[in-house]
Design a protein. Structure first.
Lengths: 256, 371
């Protein structure tokens, strides 16, 4: 954590879906080099918050700042361009696309020269090369070829691809929605290592999770949400599992 | 990844190789190389649907050839088959694109007829004559090119309307194009009052619409195949193709990736419309008349052709070659049945049966592969 400007600043964000008041004035800051865990019961607004930051929802009130720049018209593309990547709970992979195509979807490398550029002719060789490098960085080696379709992969492999994609493209921050929910213990540990390594390289990481014990080890700060609001922000050292669960379900008064 | 991001900072390469532990030792993940060499049966089962439909088409050609004592395989007959298939090629490949993004365009029949009617008026006003002769060569050329441009642009604009209804009004593409298709067919009847335009210059038909190279390769078919070849390239080798498949494969993944899903859909409907317009021009060029009562069957035929060839009705899987083969099948059947003296009414029945079998087999194989 540093005293400088936050990479991501969420200011008074409100979001309604019909009668559901999903976010009720959320404020949050994520700094370079820190891992922020966001916990809360189902329906607390965690995923909505991540989607708002990622440019997937336009807030009804409030705004998001990325690197000091207020996002007036949020779109997924703009947020990507500002260096913020998201690993969605669904992973957001196209099952019929190859690993490389998924890795580059929306940011495909096109060949050189006027005609290729105009037609958008893919440089598949370069895409494959960079995909292999990106998978290598997150320790994924158990695939036959980056031209294999995502459908043919296991859940753990798909998850690794989504994480590799975010790590490869993020230049400021990574948002992860339940990155370890579907993983075995060993894979969970690896994902945590990847998260820590990303933070060590100066990225800000926000992790939405139900795995509180894990985050007491890996997170720098823990943000507790309830009913669409942030009810507590604490460091792992200053809290414990019972207190956090109490905050999540509302038995304990805010003591942060 | 070193691809440039427009962000202020250079893209990071946060994790050096080997820095993260190997997740992949997880038992479920490891993919062993194929065990034994595949049996012939397994290898045959791996071949795409398009291959088997292709085999079927060739078998039909040979079968009809034998039954007709070779008449069916004479150049004249093959030339007719190829000519008959030209419009089907265009529409099936266009439909494969549309289906690839999990969209539908039911309006292409109406579009084809309306575009052909508008083009017909342009051709006739520049180079028309009641007797079919009289206009200068230059006028015929000009009229034909203007007609071609009119048909393609009109078709594209009609496609644009479809695209706007789908992307702006958020009406499901099946319903949207069912509606616009009806409107187009109605508009044709209103504009033409049920009367066909047929004062075309002879040259359009004799030098292009019904002309062939060597009596075997019809010019309209060559044009259609050239367009389809380009579209194959677009589907397999370009950003646009990948994004079309991405939308059909996972609309969520496409949206989250930041690509303009609506922009791609809009372009798809324009593409499909332009191809229908081109088909309209080929119709008038070949028959020297419009067909204001038509437009009812093209959409379903194109969908059937694409799906028989292995394109998924639900998006994400596109086969351009398969669509071509799928479009050829009903033509071969129709022509063959005439040659062997069986009523062509059976063509519809046979194609229907093949459609169902092809989709059934395809689903079985996918299920097997995914499990």
């Amino acid at each position: 954590m540093s005293s400088e400007q936050p990479l991501i600043k969420v200011c008074g964000v409100e979001k309604r879906f019909g009668h559901v008041h999903a976010l009720r004035g959320v404020d949050l800051e994520i700094f370079a080099g820190e891992v922020v865990a966001v916990i809360g019961d189902n329906g607390a607004g965690k995923s909505t918050l991540a989607t708002v930051i990622a440019g997937g929802h336009v807030p009804d009130a409030g705004w998001v700042e990325i690197a000091g720049q207020r996002i007036e018209k949020p779109t997924a593309r703009l947020v990507h361009e500002l260096g913020v990547e998201t690993v969605y709970q669904s992973l957001a992979l196209g099952p019929d696309l190859s690993i490389a195509e998924n890795m580059f979807l929306g940011r495909e490398i096109v060949g050189k020269g006027f005609v290729r550029r105009r037609l958008g002719v893919l440089d598949r060789r370069e895409m494959a090369k960079q995909t292999e490098a990106a998978l290598d960085r997150v320790g994924m080696t158990n695939y036959t070829t980056v031209n294999a379709s995502a459908r043919a992969l296991s859940g753990g492999q798909r998850q690794a691809i989504a994480v590799a994609r975010s790590v490869a493209w993020a230049s400021r921050a990574i948002l992860m929605d339940e990155p370890t929910a579907a993983l075995a213990i060993r894979q969970t540990r690896n994902t945590n290592e990847v998260i820590r390594a990303a933070a060590a390289h100066g990225l800000g990481v926000m992790v939405i999770t139900h795995d509180i014990p894990n985050m007491l080890t890996y997170a720098d700060r823990i943000v507790v949400m309830r009913h669409g609001q942030v009810v507590a922000v604490c460091t792992p050292a200053a809290t414990d599992l019972n207190k956090l669960v109490g905050l999540m379900v509302g038995e304990e008064q805010v003591a942060a | 990844m070193s691809a440039p991001t427009p962000s202020a900072r250079p893209a990071l390469t946060p994790l050096a190789a080997g820095e993260a532990p190997d997740v992949t030792a997880a038992p479920e993940g490891r993919q062993e190389p194929e065990k034994a060499p595949k049996s012939l049966r397994a290898r045959l089962a791996d071949l795409p649907t398009a291959f088997w439909v292709g085999v079927l088409v060739i078998a039909l050609l040979l079968g009809f050839g034998i039954r007709s004592d070779g008449v069916f395989l004479e150049t004249q007959s093959l030339n007719n088959i190829l000519l008959d298939a030209a419009i089907g090629f265009l529409l099936a490949v266009g439909m494969a694109f549309v289906l690839g993004a999990a969209q539908l365009d039911i309006s292409i029949g109406g579009n084809l007829v309306l575009s052909s009617l508008l083009a017909a008026h342009v051709v006739v006003s520049i180079a028309g004559s009641r007797s079919g002769v009289g206009a200068s060569d230059t006028a015929v050329w000009l009229g034909s090119l203007a007609g071609l441009a009119t048909a393609v642009i009109a078709g594209g604009l009609l496609g644009l309307i479809n695209g706007l209804i789908v992307t702006r009004l958020r009406v499901n593409s099946f319903i949207a194009t069912l509606g616009t298709g009806g409107i187009m067919i109605g508009a044709v009847l209103v504009i033409s009052d049920g009367t066909n335009v047929n004062e075309f210059p002879v040259g359009l038909q004799s030098s292009f619409g019904a002309a062939s190279i060597g009596g075997l390769l019809p010019l309209p078919t060559l044009l259609a195949l050239a367009v389809c070849g380009f579209l194959w390239f677009v589907m397999r080798r370009t950003r646009f193709g990948v994004r079309v498949v991405a939308i059909g494969s996972s609309s969520e993944a496409a949206t989250r990736s930041g690509i303009s899903v609506d922009g791609i859909k809009l372009r798809l409907f324009i593409l499909m419309g332009s191809l229908a317009g081109l088909g309209g021009f080929l119709t008038i060029a070949r028959f020297s008349t419009t067909n204001v009562g038509g437009g009812q069957t093209e959409a379903l035929a194109a969908i059937a052709a694409a799906v028989i060839g292995g394109t998924s009705l639900f998006g994400g899987v596109v086969s351009i070659g398969g669509s071509l083969v799928g479009a050829l099948l009903p033509v071969v059947l129709g022509t063959g049945l005439i040659v062997v003296g069986v009523s062509t009414y059976y063509q519809l029945i046979v194609v229907g049966v093949i459609l169902i079998i092809a989709v059934f087999v395809d689903q079985q194989r996918r299920r097997k592969r995914d499990s």
